[in-house]
Every structure is written in structure tokens, then in C-alpha cells.
Design a protein around this ligand. Structure first.
Ligand SMILES: Cc1cc2nc3c(=O)[nH]c(=O)nc-3n(C[C@H](O)[C@H](O)[C@H](O)COP(=O)(O)OP(=O)(O)OC[C@H]3O[C@@H](n4cnc5c(N)ncnc54)[C@H](O)[C@@H]3O)c2cc1C
Length: 468
């Protein structure tokens, strides 16, 4: 009997009560549920897609840092989905400056077959003992009188189902519908979220006849219109993930035309065949200040765990899932489902990547206020390895000789350099503040107050409209 059939036979009633309900069979959900199941607790993943479609998720297919992913799903399980492990740099095409910048990518990077990866993490979670309910669309969240989340209501294959659980983990991705339905008024859960904090992204899988020369690079190019970029990521030397990302304030169709036009003008794509088209929203914002509420935690895209400058969110989702699950296990062992028990999850996220992502968001804010051509001219003048450092760490130090060289090359962009320099100071101050993230919910309000003061400095320095 297939796993799907087994799963169907265990769910004949319209009411289920597992220890933990996880909504969403993406990276965050699979890692969270696998971690809970390994500890011996019942975890059910509810996924709106069918068993065949689950794991088919819009992505650029670039997976960074997989060498140290959480162990709940063994790396050996994922590796067959890594179709290109030979990528070691980014190639930034800057047509305005007639320049191509080659920038090293630090750490391990693979371009993957995302659907195969999606199936493999589901498989890994099943091996750990997780039960999957496909075709199950979560519509609502139930709460007790004291506000604690007690479960979810869903439609499974057209029939209403209720799931009662000690803990609900919201791994439903960007713009999670669950968060529209929970009353968070009595908790620290971050509700300062709006569409300006998201980017739309779209990609096609393209097959070419002749191998491309740049199969060791992630290729980026700014779109003709502001606030967007195109990418070409080689799954193999003849299978390319071609896509674009743009702020939600831009008009989608016009930007998709940019991708089409660029594909048409690149000789290596002549006669190419498009296999699959998919688009979705992704957060390009700081991580949620708090992603916990009694009985409930949000993880992955549902909590803003994405590098806001690269759009990379798979690693954050895997770790967010694991950290939330660790606190879920502690709660199940102690019977205490309060924010205090879950708080360690917020702290670990901030400590691992959240503080860095919040600092990187400052550069996103800057990009909304500066002239894109000017910024591209400046980028073309910067040393590539220092740019790479800035892109991934949120900060960089550049030696005096390089500073002078960059300064001479970047004549004409000195106003932007000064702006960038001041912005970097703001980002460094913010990073230092995030490193002081509070150790309990009680400390959050005063920490936020100081953070908001630092954000005022960011808006004043960059000249950008407030984002939050
Ligand atoms: C076009 C594009 C390109 C990207 N490129 C990259 C890249 O190259 N590298 C990278 O690291 N990241 C990339 N990202 C970001 C990355 O894909 C996400 O950060 C990551 O997938 C987040 O994982 P998640 O588990 O939080 O959410 P998701 O992977 O979105 O999973 C959420 C799941 O929840 C399910 N769901 C949603 N609502 C409900 C509901 N109501 N009921 C039941 N199920 C529900 C969905 O069907 C889905 O299966 C890209 C994103 C996009 C859109």
C-alpha cells in the first residue's frame, strides 16, 4: 500500500487530534514536522496540493549552505536533487555600464531540481514518521477563550475537517492565510506586515541545445525597469532556471515581458524550449520581531525568514522549522504552551540569521531611494569579493588601497558612495541592536522602541519612505 493510501485510511473521521499540526509541506513544514516526529510525537502535515503536486514550488533553484542543513532529514536524501554543484560565483551583468562583474559566492552552493528536492524532503519527513494529509486546505484557526491556538479547520477533498492539536506550526509560506484568522492581540506575534514587504517572483525552466559557457555561475541582470532583476541559474549546462523578481509595487506583466525580451536577445537561448512556468510571492523584509503566540508558531516564509537582498529562503526555512520544532518538543514535554516556552525559537532565529537579514534589509530600503543607474555604476566600480561579503554578511570592511582604487573608478557616483557609507553605519548599528534581542517576551517592547529609533535614522539617511 502506498504511503498516500495508508494516510487516507487513518483519517476516516472528520476530527483529528495529533500532538502537532503543521500547515504546509514546504521546506519549513517538512523540517519542523520531521524534528517533532523524531522525538516520538505525532505530527501531521496538512498540504493544500495533491500528493503528486506537493513539493512543486516556484524557486530559482539556488540552494546555499545545504552542507550544514538540520539533520532531521539526512543530507544524503537531498543530494540526488543537486543537479549542479559546480557553481562558485555570481555573474552580474550591468548593461548600463557595459560591464560584467564576477563575484565569488562564499560557502557551498548547489543549483537543484526543486521539485525533486521537494519530493525528497517530503520523503524524508515520511521516513521520520510524519503523516501527510494532501488536498487539505486550511481555512481557519481555532482559539480558546484565553487566546491560545487549539487547532485548525480545513477542507479535505471537499469535506470539512477539524484538527485539534497542542501546537499549530504555520509553515504555509508567504502571506499565510492562517495569520489573517488568529487574534494576536494578547501576544507579541508580529502583525506589522503588508504587501510592500514582499516581492513577486516568476521563473521558467528552459532547455537549450548547446551547453552554456557559464554553468559555473549564477547570472544576474537588472531589469529594464527599476526595482527588479533577472536571473539565469544553470541546473545543468543545458537546463536553465530563468526568472525575475520585483517589488510588489511594480506591474507584473510588464516585467515578465522584460524576461521574455532578454531571453529572445541572448544567442545561447535560440530555439530553446520552456518546460515549466511558475510564480509566487516571497518576503523581502526583516524577520518577524516575534513569530510566537500561545499554542502557535510561524516558520519560514510565513515568518519572513528570507535573505531580503538575495531572496534565498530555503536555508532559513529549514532552520526556522527545526528551531520551532525544538520548542514544540519542550512544550509537549512540560505541558506549557506559552510564549515563554516558545521564545527560545525567536532567539535562535535572530542569533543564526535574523539579525543579519534585518541589517541587509537596510540596503533594500536604500535601493528604493537611490537612482538605479547610479547604483549600478557604483557596483561596477566595487571590488567583487567585498560585494560578496556585503551581500551575505550584511557588512564588509574594505582596505585602504582598494578604497582608493574603487574611489577613482567610481568618479561620478561619489554622492551615492557617501550615502552608502552612511547607510552602512546605520546597518551596523541595527545589527548590533539585533544581537541584543531580548531573552523573554517581557523585554520585547523596549527592544522594539530602540530598534524603531534606529530605523528612523535609516529613513533619514537614505531618504526612503518608511517601510514598517
Ligand atoms: C520564484 C521564486 C524564486 C526563489 N528562488 C529561491 C532560490 O533560488 N533559493 C532560495 O533559497 N530561495 C528561493 N526562493 C524562496 C524560497 O522558495 C522560499 O523562501 C522557501 O520555499 C520557503 O519555504 P516555506 O516552507 O516557508 O514555504 P513554501 O515552500 O512556500 O511552502 C508552503 C507550503 O504551504 C502550502 N500551503 C499554503 N497555504 C496553505 C493552506 N491554507 N492550507 C494547506 N497548505 C497550504 C503550500 O501549498 C506550500 O506547499 C524563491 C521564491 C520564489 C517565489
Amino acid at each position: 500500500m502506498s504511503t498516500q493510501e495508508q494516510s487516507d485510511t487513518t483519517t476516516t473521521s472528520d476530527h483529528q487530534s495529533p500532538d502537532v499540526v503543521v500547515v504546509g509541506a514546504g521546506t519549513a513544514g517538512c523540517y519542523a514536522a520531521a524534528t517533532v516526529a523524531h522525538a516520538g510525537y505525532d505530527a501531521v502535515i496538512l498540504e493544500r496540493k495533491t500528493a503528486d503536486e506537493a513539493g512543486h514550488i516556484a524557486c530559482g533553484d539556488a540552494l546555499k549552505g545545504a552542507d550544514s542543513f538540520p539533520e532531521a532529514i539526512p543530507k544524503s536524501k537531498l543530494e540526488p536533487a543537486f543537479t549542479n554543484t559546480g557553481v562558485d560565483h555570481g555573474r552580474f551583468e550591468i548593461p548600463q555600464e557595459d560591464t560584467v562583474l564576477e563575484i565569488p559566492v562564499p560557502g557551498e552552493l548547489a543549483v537543484i531540481d526543486r521539485w525533486e528536492y521537494g519530493r525528497r524532503i517530503i520523503d524524508g519527513a515520511e521516513d521520520a514518521g510524519v503523516d501527510f494529509h494532501y488536498d487539505t486546505v486550511v481555512k481557519n484557526v481555532t482559539q480558546a477563550d484565553d487566546g491560545r491556538v487549539t487547532g485548525v479547520e480545513a477542507i479535505r477533498k471537499g469535506e470539512p475537517r477539524t484538527y485539534e492539536a497542542d501546537i499549530v506550526i504555520d509553515a504555509a509560506g508567504s502571506l499565510s492565510i492562517l495569520q489573517d484568522n488568529v487574534d494576536f492581540s494578547e501576544s507579541t506575534f508580529d502583525t506589522n506586515v503588508n504587501y510592500r514587504h514582499f516581492c513577486s517572483a516568476y521563473r521558467e525552466i528552459v532547455h537549450v541545445d548547446e551547453p552554456v559557457e557559464w554553468d559555473d555561475a549564477l547570472v544576474f541582470k537588472p531589469t529594464e525597469r527599476a526595482a527588479g532583476y533577472l536571473w539565469y541559474f544553470p541546473r545543468t549546462d543545458t537546463e536553465i532556471n530563468a526568472g525575475l523578481g520585483f517589488q510588489m509595487t511594480e506591474e507584473p506583466m510588464k516585467l515578465v515581458d522584460d524576461l521574455k525580451r532578454d531571453l529572445e536577445t541572448r544567442p545561447e537561448f535560440e530555439g530553446a524550449e520552456v518546460e515549466d512556468k511558475l510564480g509566487a510571492a516571497l518576503p523581502t523584509r526583516r524577520p518577524y520581531d516575534s513569530a510566537v503566540h500561545p499554542g502557535y508558531m510561524a516558520v519560514g516564509d510565513a515568518a519572513g525568514h528570507v535573505n531580503p537582498t538575495t531572496g534565498g529562503g530555503i536555508a532559513g526555512a529549514a532552520y526556522g522549522g527545526k528551531y520551532a520544532a525544538d520548542q514544540a518538543i519542550e512544550a509537549l514535554e512540560t505541558g506549557d504552551y506559552s510564549e515563554d516556552t516558545f521564545w527560545k525559537y525567536n532567539e535562535r532565529v535572530m542569533d543564526h540569521f535574523g539579525a543579519r537579514y534585518a541589517a541587509l534589509d537596510v540596503y533594500n530600503i536604500l535601493s528604493t531611494a537611490v537612482d538605479v543607474d547610479d547604483l549600478m555604476g557604483l557596483l561596477a566600480a566595487m571590488p567583487g569579493d567585498k560585494l560578496a561579503e556585503a551581500l551575505y554578511s550584511g557588512s564588509t570592511d574594505i582596505g585602504m588601497k582598494l578604497k582608493l582604487e574603487a574611489l577613482i573608478k567610481s568618479r561620478g557616483h561619489w554622492g551615492t558612495i557617501w550615502n552608502l557609507y552612511q547607510t552602512k553605519r546605520c546597518a551596523d548599528d541595527l545589527l548590533a541592536h539585533y544581537e541584543q534581542y531580548p531573552t523573554s517576551p517581557e523585554g520585547l517592547a523596549s527592544w522594539q522602541e530602540r530598534r524603531d529609533e534606529l530605523m528612523e535614522d535609516v529613513y533619514e539617511t537614505t531618504g526612503a519612505d518608511p517601510k514598517y
